[in-house]
Every structure is written in structure tokens, then in C-alpha cells.
Ligand binder design. Sequence first.
Ligand code: CP
Length: 322
Amino acid sequence: MQNFISVHDVTDINALVKKALAYKADPFKDRQLGADKRIGLLFLNPSLRTRLSTQVAAKNLGMEAIVFNVDKEGWMLEFEEGAIMSGNSVEHVKDAAPILGQYFDILCIRTFPSLKNREDDYSEMYINQFIKYAGVPVISLESATLHPLQSLTDIITIQESIIAKPIGRKPKIVLSWAPHIKPLPQCVANSFAQWVNTWGEADFVITHPADYELAEKFTAGATITQDQDAALAGADFVYVKNWSTYTDYGKIYENDPKWMLTDEKMKTTNQAKVMHCLPVRRNVELSDEILDGPLSLVTKEAGNRVWAAQAVIAEILQTNHK
Ligand code: CP
């Protein structure tokens, strides 16, 4: 693995999941792999889980992890080629990234979309410019359109659950839109759809209100319905997430509480496990009764972020071993 930007960087999802679960069973078995190496974690946006789980994962592999909150502590970066930098940005990525590439063996970066211009966001300029100029492997800590470390974690969590309690058939996985008070990126939903479709070992259904269609390039292969009750029937896993509109880009049309998952709605499922990437707005996106109840996987899911990050960092270190 050279970079980790999307599922397309992975040759075998099940093998990567197996590697992650092996690290969960024995976190320090490769503590020499990253000895004398450094990983840089650049944040242009806030984070709790991604930041800390990646630091812990790197430490488990013997690496030194250094976090740089670019948005708060760094010079404002310019990403446009040929930009006349007479505005707020102070340093161009083509100057900054090669320097960072000399300081670190692996660079990780989190950037969010503007949600103002779909073409700009979906061009993934920020992360692509880092890859172009850094000269070292780059890991996405969430980009404008995707969150691959989260999605790998989600597949790990689903597989772990199935190993513990086999279903005896393909699991039915439902991605269900949830209400929110403000427009959020489509990253987690796009990425989850992309990974589940590529994994190909589930009956996959996406449900959302009218006008909340995601980009077809990520959802193709899934069943898509605006009937949440029909989607939930017989579900084994329900992945709950809000996203803003893709077609009329970055809007929220409704915050309809009837889309929030409750114990009542779960009655037609196959005692489905409930997942969410966190952070979650309680009693807006997901009810207390679900989050605090026996069907919630969210804490285990967030814990598994470490093993996803550790598997990815290890793959990159092994690929680039000199
Ligand atoms: N799920 C997730 O990426 O959490 P953070 O934003 O806290 O990193």
C-alpha cells in the first residue's frame, strides 16, 4: 500500500480486516516495525477519535507520532496551482508539503469539504496536492468526500460481530439517514457505501428522505429506498448517519425527527446492531435508548479505530520497507 485515500488503495479488504483483528489480539507484536520512524498528523479540522486512535496505533508500532493542528497553529495554506497569494493564505502546499515529507516517513491529513462548491470538494484538491508534493506516503484522516479509516473500522466491527455470532447468510446492512441541525459532509456515508459495495459480502440497503441521494459512483450496487421502515425490516446492522444534500449541494431540507432511530423502529430488524461514527447529537440523530441500549456498537466501533489505523500504517511501512 502506497497511500490510503480510499478503498481503491486496498487489494484485499478481508486480509486487512484480519490484520487489524490480529493487532487487536496482540497490539505490540510489530513494535519494531516503526522503530526510528515518524508519522505526522496534520489537522485542518477538529477530531477526537481519528487523532488519538492514529497516535495510539503509531505508538503500538514503535513510531513517534507528531500532531500539527494546521488550522490553529500553522500558516494558512494555499492549495490552488498558480494562485496569486494576495489573500489570507500565507504558504503554498507545494512549499510546505515537501518540507513535511523530509520531517516524516508518513504524512496523514484531515481536511473537510467547504460544502459550497461540489466540483471543488469532489476534486479532492487538498489531499491530492499533498500526495503530489509530499514525496512520502499519505493517509487520509478524512477528506472532502471520503473517510476510509472510519469505513475500514466499520467493516472490522461488522466482521467481528459476525465472527462472535454467525448469521449463516449474507448480513443485511442498512445505511440510514438521520436528522441533524446543520449541513454535514457526505464523507462518512459515501465512504461506507463505497467500502460495503466493494467488500461485496452484504445485502446493502441505503435509506434517506427525498432529495438526499448520494453520488452514484459510491452507491452503485446498493438498494436505495425512501421507505425507512421497509429498509429496516430484517436488518442485521443499521449504520446511522446524517449527510447534507449532494445534488443541490450542501443543504439541509428537513430535520424530520421521524427519521431518528428508536427502539420501536428496531422491532422489525433481526435485533440489528446499531453503528455510528461519532460524534453524535443525542436525541437528534440517535435516541438515548438506542445509544445506551444493548444493540449499540458505537463504543466498540470507536475503539476499533486503533486497529484499523494500525493495520493501515503497518501495510504502508511494509510496502516502503528499505
Ligand atoms: N469518527 C470520527 O472521525 O471522529 P473524529 O471526528 O472525532 O475524529
